[in-house]
Ligand binder design. Structure first.
Ligand code: ADP
Length: 866
């Protein structure tokens, strides 16, 4: 008798092949003659009308289908179809839209096997994942968003659909990324032009077919296939109201630059290098399975992959040994085989990139380990790979590999874990493993990432927002927070004031003209900044006047280009004193800059004169430059205690500010009336509105709650509203006090520190304002004020990598400038429309719109149960 035990049997058991049948997919491809056109206005275009390319199965190299390469003309037709359908779709009752979304969800479920097999064939990802993750989650997104369509009027009162959305998606989760984009857009009442990735268009084409099948009105969903050029044409199309993009950080930057100044709303979901942190007290078996899921899901071609393993020192050797044992059991092979863990990589270019980075890792001295696995001879495969002894600054620790490669480092203390976790320019996700929930949640609050999984990884659901911090992009997909990406406040659709100048008394125009010219001339003559670009300066000066409703850009530009004809109000330090002595300002104001809680002289040593609307000399204000902004940002960066203060304490400080303002209300009202002596006397009203606004945000400080999302797993998903950190603020030109406070206050209430550029012509307001801040216990560095040329200073804020987010209220050319310049650290820029906005009206001047912009949502997933 042989003495084979059950254990022996298990150990020697070989996996037999268990392939999923592909006949359904083959039949579908054949039914279309394996060639596809675009889907525009409810019909497929002729597949052979223009250029075509092949869609290839990366597991075999077989051509699956011939796909139309979308041209700019195709994009134009699709956008026009979407535009034509937009009004009717927006006017369609939410309940009816809900029914369409529900029908789409049902169709995805009904054809789930076809969708799963097609995604696997086109992408190389395993059937286990497409079947169990991609397709069910895609259906879930349509179900969930059917609900938002139903509830839209009630839950998003005061908002309207953005309009025509251009959506560009990557190849790693072809159907799922489509669902993340299309479902919220349709729910919100937007119409769509979708551009799938060139490697994986098939499930999007099948989806187009089901939209027709459910009778979705023509033009609501349009699909144009093609490569990056097709995407670029969509980004450039001027009738597109919003671009939603998922893909590489590199292309995200291009899109930010291309859309700058266009007024297009933008959401970006970009790359990542997410930490996977294991503490010594973690459940090791669970953590090992977590790593497998974290980095080897989808061959590691996942933007939120847990690609950086950080293990606490005492556990490291044991953990690596266990991990290697587990890696040895992973199966790499035919993606259609139901027993396979790791399928094929999407394309040769991706395989080459991974191979190149792995070689670089070895060259830089890290230890590379791969299990002894036999890979299929044909197709694009790469074995699961573990690097240990990796320096945190090594290329493979910093660069997104987007493949099955895990990079491990050790840490000693929780503080060191946080430091290493944040030692990246990305901030998409993090996974934290510890049986001490206090510790895990503390680390979760400190890690800079949009999604944090505690004792879990790669959990996704339509009810929870997904999206990044820092260079991983901005905007969220899923949940309530995701819906806002496709909505716009009602009042922004109100017609703009024809020309604000018409509403202003005549003298105001001349005063603003003068001031614009004066400041332009000053900067021109002093050559304050070697980098300054005359065109931009012209734009800036022209625009602050235009913005204030005092002039017209076109008329102002020539004047700004001829500075020598204009009298200069600028004064050197010595003459400031003498001019002040000789002619005391009408109001006692010669404000310096306010940086780090101190009044400081501008680095340039120069000031510029500010006058009242009627032209009366009011005083000299500091002419801030690049260095002053840098100092202000540094001071704001240091003032981190404001962000960690409790909401209650922040509210107390704000109430105190209101108290101090009300004590000086008369004086401030006179001050404002002295500046704004061209029209009705509004000082008293402005001060009163400012006091109310402070009360509003003191009230909100501890009431703008996060949420607990109802995700369908045994966990709580905490959607926390976190401050950005350092927020740049460029204030509106009019309403010196109320306009500035309307932006500073929500930022402060939510825990941000602020570097603000007050209205250039009304910068004299700084003097009473910093006195108020000083006497109201606002900690030094929490609010910094730098006066000067608005757009020149705004540009420095936009370029600064330590500014986390920027609010810009100004001209169109200024908006373009700051949006273009924001691409360094990909800070989100909120261009705040001032024209047509009544800052006195609480519906337009305060509230949730501002609070939402003052925060970013971090979703923390915490499982529970035995
Ligand atoms: P990845 O290949 O890493 O997923 P990419 O950013 O290259 O990321 O591609 C994501 C999507 O962006 C694809 O649909 C691609 O065709 C598209 N794309 C690439 N370049 C551009 C561009 N310049 N403008 C718009 N879309 C682009």
């Amino acid at each position: 008798m042989s003495s084979i035990t059950v254990k022996d049997v298990f150990n020697s058991m070989e996996y037999g092949p268990a392939p999923e049948a592909r006949n359904l997919a083959d039949e579908w491809l054949m039914a279309h003659g394996s060639s596809f056109g675009h889907y525009i206005g409810g019909a497929f275009t002729d597949p052979n009308a223009g250029e075509v390319f092949d869609s290839i199965n990366p597991a075999t190299g077989q051509v699956l289908a011939t796909i139309a390469q979308g041209s700019a003309a195709d994009i134009d037709r699709a956008v026009k179809a979407a535009r034509a359908a937009q009004d009717d779709w927006a006017a369609t009752p939410g309940h009816v839209r809900a029914r369409y979304l529900y029908a789409l969800a049902r169709q995805i479920q009904k054809h789930s096997r076809l969708f799963a097999v097609l995604d696997t064939l086109d992408n190389g990802k395993t059937i286990r994942e497409t079947r169990d993750l991609d397709v069910p989650l895609a259906a879930r997104h349509f179900y969930h968003h059917a609900g938002w369509a139903q509830l839209l009027d009630e839950e998003f009162r005061g908002y309207r659909p953005v309009g025509v959305c251009g959506q560009i998606i990557p190849w790693n989760f072809p159907l799922l990324m489509l669902a993340w984009k299309v479902a919220p857009a349709l729910a919100a009442g937007c119409t769509v032009v979708l551009k799938p990735a060139e490697f994986t268009p098939l499930t999007a084409l099948l989806f187009a077919e089901i939209t027709r099948h459910v009778g979705l009105p023509d033009g609501v969903f349009n699909l144009v296939t093609g490569d990056g050029d097709t995407g670029a044409a969509l980004v450039a199309h001027e009738q597109v109201d919003k671009i939603a993009f998922t893909g590489s950080t590199e292309v995200g930057r291009i899109i930010r630059r291309e859309t700058a100044g266009s007024g297009k709303k933008l959401s970006l979901e970009l790359g990542g290098k997410s930490p996977f942190i294991v503490f010594e007290d973690a459940d090791i078996d669970a953590a090992i399975e977590g790593v497998v899921d974290g980095i080897w899901l989808n061959q590691g071609e996942v933007c939120c992959a847990g690609s950086r393993l950080l293990v606490q020192e005492g556990l490291a050797e044991k953990f690596y040994a266990r991990l290697k044992r587990r890696m040895q059991t992973l199966r790499v092979g035919d993606p259609l085989d139901k027993g396979v863990d790791i399928g094929a990589l999407v394309a040769p270019v991706q395989l080459e990139r991974i191979e190149r980075l792995v070689e670089q890792g070895k060259r830089e001295g890290a230890t590379c380990w791969q299990p002894d696995l036999t890979l299929p001879e044909q197709g694009l495969y790469f074995p699961p790979t573990l690097f240990t002894d990796v320096e945190p600054s090594a290329t493979i620790s910093q660069v997104e590999i987007f493949g099955p490669v895990l990079v491990a480092t050790t840490f000693r203390t929780p503080a060191e874990a946080v430091e290493l976790a944040n030692h990246t320019r990305y901030g998409l996700a993090a996974s934290i493993w510890s049986s001490n929930l206090d510790l895990a949640l503390d680390v979760a609050s400190k890690v800079k990432a949009g999604v944090v999984w505690v004792n879990s990884t790669n959990m996704f659901d339509a009810a929870a927002g997904f999206g990044g911090y820092r260079e991983s992009g901005y905007g969220r997909e899923g949940g309530r927070e995701g819906m806002y990406e496709y909505l716009q406040p009602d009042w922004t659709f109100a017609p703009r004031k024809e020309t604000a100048a018409a509403a202003q008394p005549a003298p105001a125009a001349s005063r603003a003209d003068d001031l614009a010219d004066d400041v332009a001339a000053v900067v021109d003559r002093l050559d304050l900044d070697a980098d300054s670009d005359d065109d931009q300066l012209d734009d800036g000066f022209a625009s602050f006047a235009a913005d204030a409703g005092f002039g017209f850009e076109d008329e102002l530009q020539p004047a700004a280009a001829e500075p020598e004809e204009v009298a200069l109000p600028v004064t050197e330090p010595a003459s400031v004193a003498s001019s002040a002595e000789a002619e005391p300002p009408a109001i006692d104001a010669t404000p310096k800059l306010y940086i780090g809680g101190k009044q400081v002289r501008p680095d340039s040593g120069y000031s510029y004169a500010v006058t009242s609307e009627q032209g009366a000399f009011l005083g000299e204000v500091g002419l801030g430059n690049r260095k002053d902004i840098r100092n202000a940002v540094e001071a704001a960066r240091k003032a981190s205690s404001w962000s960690s203060a409790t909401a209650h304490n922040r509210a107390q400080v704000l109430y105190y500010l209101a108290e101090n303002l009300s004590q000086r209300a008369d004086e401030l009202a006179r001050f404002i009336d002295t500046m704004d002596d061209g029209g009705a006397s509004l000082g008293e009203r402005e001060v009163e509105a400012s006091i109310r606004r402070i009360y509003t945000y003191a009230a909100w400080a501890d009431k703008y709650d996060g949420q607990v999302h109802a995700t369908p797993l045994r966990n709580v998903t905490l959607a926390m509203n976190e401050p950005w950190g350092v927020l740049g603020v460029v204030a509106p030109t009019d309403h010196a006090l109320l306009g500035l406070l309307s932006l500073i206050l929500p930022a402060l209430a939510m825990g941000n520190r602020v570097v603000a550029i007050p209205s250039s012509p009304r910068a004299a307001i700084m003097a009473p304002l910093y006195q108020l801040l000083d006497t109201s216990d606002v900690p030094a560095g929490t609010v910094n004020l730098v006066s000067g040329n608005r757009d020149e200073l705004a540009r420095v804020l936009a370029q600064h990598d330590d500014v986390d987010s920027l609010w810009y209220c100004g001209s169109r050319s200024g908006a373009k400038l700051v949006e273009e310049e924001s691409t360094g650290n990909l800070k989100p820029v909120w261009v705040i429309r001032s024209s047509g906005r009544d800052w006195f009206d609480p519906a337009a001047g305060e509230g949730r719109e501002f609070l939402r912009r003052a925060t970013q949502v971090k979703n923390i997933w915490v499982p529970y149960g035995e």
